[in-house]
Design a protein around this ligand. Structure first.
Ligand code: AMP
Ligand code: ZN
Length: 666
């Protein structure tokens, strides 16, 4: 087999596997085998740039960066939908249709209304040509590079598709993927995303497509527009789209009359929480495309379609008590303790009240009957108060002024919505919270010790901070509740074993505000030891890739505290790794210090990740886009022409992979 044939064969196999996995949800090979074949294709493509294909499965990983999205006028306008909320609304609509069409039998296709960001995809000769956001309906943004990373969207169609058409759909973030993204964010000390819809639509406009590729986005299709598609009904359209490789949920139903439509709506109103993604209603469409054409459009929406909005997911319940939680950073979060109530398929007992402003704005009081709503948020929120049910003796809520755990007067700095307990070293919840974070799995991973043990040790006066862990003895621990000789021994051993944990994780374990796992890695790599990090100035810190003002300030504040210095010094004396190990350092140099690299294209000897790591290990900086600050553009095969032009314009030196490696060897 020639190279061209080999490349074509691999592309076609990988396309099939992508489809099985992401569209049909029925993979037939292991992830490992898939990766191996993808790697093989990448290598072949790198050697043979002459066979470049913009629809190759290798382009799913992203890489391209878009600074300004091009505006594109939609060839066919993207309309809104009219809304209905009741049986009567629907019956009125049916009457209007019948009046226009005369006395004919009208059938309807019912689909779910997926709650995400709308997208229009243009295909020509079976290849994805362009993807455009809805924008104002007349024109939107060209987000093709980002859309290509969504595996459920076919870059190359199968079967007997028409030569040219547009297809419309909704980009959604499935709930489990959304939950995983938030879990990661929280572990990195970031605020969680509010809901899947906004996160999905925000993703489309990210500049770096690599970041889009990392998000578990999905695309559900519902409508084809174009001339001579050979399709005669909405239901047939869905089936055809599915055959050509698009992801079209099988839930759609062909209904003979309004009663069947209402039954579909009633069923999904109740069962929609069992779906893997969010929906906010049902879309009912006249099935015959001929009738659709006859009905036409109003100024804003098609006359042949109607959205039936699900009832807002709101319940009323009594707010029994407002309590206040203290986080390990001292931030206070007010919590509404509710009379348990069923909402969106789960029993809700608590809701977040966010902060003092929120409580004051809605005038929320204990004893009130409140409306609780659940969107994609992790915990439900309170939307308002039913004032007709407010008890006579009700009093406005006075926000606490001192810490519920230690009594310290709370501080609120301007510009921050939260109150803080500033008793960093005396507030019991902050102390145990920090130690619990220190021992947690992603931090020091101390075996034989859990959150309760930390509380117990603290209560018994055995530990005040994480450095104290290292002087605990078996004899001290054994007499404690639920401890025995063996468990005490495990605990002490677990602590001493944590001295093997590498510097970057120790840095994360220290619990500096905003220093999550990723930031800790960046800082460890940039500074190499805690001593150098401690001495870093504000300007110095923000010059590190991805370190902003907020993080830099927090780091400086942490090391300004004498007590923190004392604890760090003690950790050092117990053998905790406070610098990058010699072994790791061996692979690291300052050879590329002060130089900024942009890496683009596909490489032969190293993967992009390896290449970037090599640059960073040797003191260089990797940037995502070319600017006047770029020192070198490392150019691989299939590099985007616009990058090349930009580099040439700015007079940036371009080097090949080999030239880069040569540089490293001198
Ligand atoms: P609205 O934004 O409320 O006017 O609703 C119109 C939007 O609903 C369209 O732009 C689509 O993005 C979205 N939508 C979601 N699911 C469907 C569907 N099955 N059929 C048509 N539109 C849908
Ligand atoms: Zn406190």
């Amino acid at each position: 087999m020639g190279n061209k044939e080999k490349i074509d064969a691999l592309r076609s196999i990988l396309r099939k596997h992508n489809h099985n996995y992401y569209v049909l949800d029925a993979p037939t090979i292991s992830d490992y085998d898939f990766d191996m074949q993808l790697k093989e294709l990448q290598e072949l493509e790198a050697k043979h740039p002459e066979f470049f294909d913009p629809t190759s499965p290798t382009l799913r990983v992203g890489g391209a960066v878009t600074k300004n999205f091009e505006t594109v006028v939609h060839e066919h306008r993207m309309y809104s939908l009219s809304n209905s909320y009741s049986k009567e609304d629907l019956e009125d609509w049916e009457k209007r249709i019948q009046r226009i069409l005369g006395d004919v039998t009208v059938e309807f296709t019912c689909e779910l209304k997926y709650d995400g960001a709308s997208i229009s995809l243009s295909y020509e000769n079976g290849k994805l040509l362009r993807a455009v956001t809805r924008g104002d309906g007349f024109q939107g943004d060209n987000v093709t590079t980002n859309i290509k990373t969504i595996r459920a969207i076919p870059l190359q169609l199968q079967g007997d598709f028409p030569p040219k058409f547009d297809i419309r759909g909704e980009i959604v973030l499935p709930l489990d993927g959304f939950a995983a993204m938030n879990k990661k964010r929280i572990s990195e000390g970031e605020e969680p995303y509010m809901n899947p819809r906004n996160t999905a639509s925000g993703s489309l406009k990210l500049q770096d497509s690599t970041l889009v590729a990392e998000r578990p986005l999905d695309c559900l299709l519902y409508g084809i527009v174009g001339k001579n598609t050979g399709i005669t009904s909405q239901f047939e359209m869905l089936e055809k789209a599915r055959d050509w490789g698009f992801k079209v949920p099988s839930i759609a139903k062909l209904c003979k009359n309004t009663d069947e439509v209402l039954a579909f709506v009633a069923y999904w109103d109740e069962h929609r929480h069992e779906l893997p993604y969010e929906t906010d209603g049902v879309v009912i469409k006249v099935n015959s495309l001929r009738y659709q054409e006859e009905l036409g459009y109003t100024a804003k929406s098609p006359r042949w379609a109607m959205a039936y909005k699900f009832k807002a997911e709101q319940v009323a319940t009594v707010l029994n008590e407002i309590t206040y939680q203290v986080g390990r950073t001292g931030a206070i979060t007010p919590v509404a303790n509710l009379e348990p109530v069923l909402l969106a398929g789960t029993t809700v007992k608590r809701a977040s009240l966010h902060n003092a402003d929120q409580i004051a704005k809605l005038d929320i009081r204990e004893g009130d009957t409140v409306f609780v709503e659940k969107g994609g948020e992790i915990i439900p929120k309170i939307m308002g108060v039913d004032l007709t049910k407010r008890p006579l003796q009700s009093r406005p809520t006075t926000y606490i002024t001192s810490c519920p755990e230690c009594g310290t007067t709370l501080l609120r700095t301007t510009g921050d919505a939260k109150h803080y307990c500033t008793n960093y070293y005396g507030c019991p919840t902050q102390i145990t919270g920090r130690i619990q974070h220190y021992i947690s799995r992603k931090a020091m991973d101390i075996e034989g010790m859990g959150s309760e043990t930390v509380e117990l040790l603290f209560k018994e006066g055995l530990i005040q901070n994480y450095a104290d862990l290292y002087i605990l003895t078996k004899e001290q621990v054994m007499p404690l509740e639920r401890m025995a000789e063996k468990s005490a021994e495990n605990l002490v051993n677990g602590v001493s074993k944590s001295t093997e944990i590498p510097f970057e994780r120790v840095l994360f374990a220290l619990g500096i505000r905003f220093v999550g796992e990723t930031v800790a890695k960046k800082l460890a790599r940039a500074y190499k030891s805690i001593d150098l990090l401690m001495k870093a100035s504000m300007e110095d810190l923000i010059s590190v890739d991805e370190i902003g003002d907020r993080i830099a300030e927090s780091v400086i504040e942490f090391f300004e505290n004498e007590k923190n210095i004392e604890i760090v010094t003690r950790l050092k004396s117990y053998g905790v790794q406070l610098e990058i190990s010699a072994e790791k350092l061996e692979n690291q140099t300052d050879l590329l210090k002060g130089q900024t690299f942009v890496v683009s294209g596909v490489f032969e000897k190293l993967s992009r990740t390896e290449l970037k790591k090599m640059i960073e290990d040797n003191g260089g900086k990797v940037a995502t886009s070319i600017s006047s600050k770029t020192t070198y553009l490392v150019a691989g095969a299939n590099m985007g022409p616009s990058k090349k032009a930009k580099a040439e314009n700015l007079g940036i030196s371009m080097i090949s992979e080999d030239e880069f490696l040569e540089k490293m060897n001198t």
